[in-house]
Design a protein around this ligand. Structure first.
Ligand code: ZN
Length: 143
């Protein structure tokens, strides 16, 4: 197996070429950050497209807002899901108040909403808070 995957750095969003066999380890060739953190990254307009469209692994986005009780309730479950799901997928949180253009682009009507995006295409969506087991099961079922 000499297959390599393009993985975008969670810190600087640079594209890194990583052998599939070594996925999960490794550091960014540009900034030296670990390519996986075992927790969701913070998505902004500066790094969203890199992770949503230019990475070879799917991106699971938690669309949330600070005023949303169910969002805050689900946050620890989403964090825990990252430990179980990485490096097969990347998990990221998008603050729908701070990044309204992206929330609008994805026509987010209720939060929390989880959206799985791979190479720029939405492949699944689920609205409503879920426990960690349901998040993990749902993501594994759609990727
Ligand atoms: Zn980096």
């Amino acid at each position: 197996m000499s297959e390599t995957l393009i993985i975008c750095c969670p810190a600087c969003a640079s594209r890194n070429r990583v052998p599939t066999a070594k996925l999960g380890g490794g550091t960014c060739g540009k900034c030296g950050a670990g390519l996986f953190m075992g927790r969701p990254l913070v998505l902004t307009s500066a790094n969203f497209d890199a992770h949503a469209a230019k990475s070879d692994i799917p991106l699971v986005v938690d669309f949330w807002a600070a005023w949303c009780g169910p969002c805050r309730q689900m946050a620890p479950a989403f964090e825990a899901a990252a430990v179980q799901l990485e490096p097969r997928v990347r998990l990221g949180k998008l603050d729908t108040e701070a990044e309204q253009a992206i929330a609008t682009r994805y026509a987010i009507r209720s939060i929390p909403s989880l959206v799985v995006i791979h190479r720029g295409n939405e492949i699944a969506r689920q609205a409503g808070a879920m426990p960690v087991s349901a998040i993990v099961q749902w993501v594994r079922g759609v990727i």
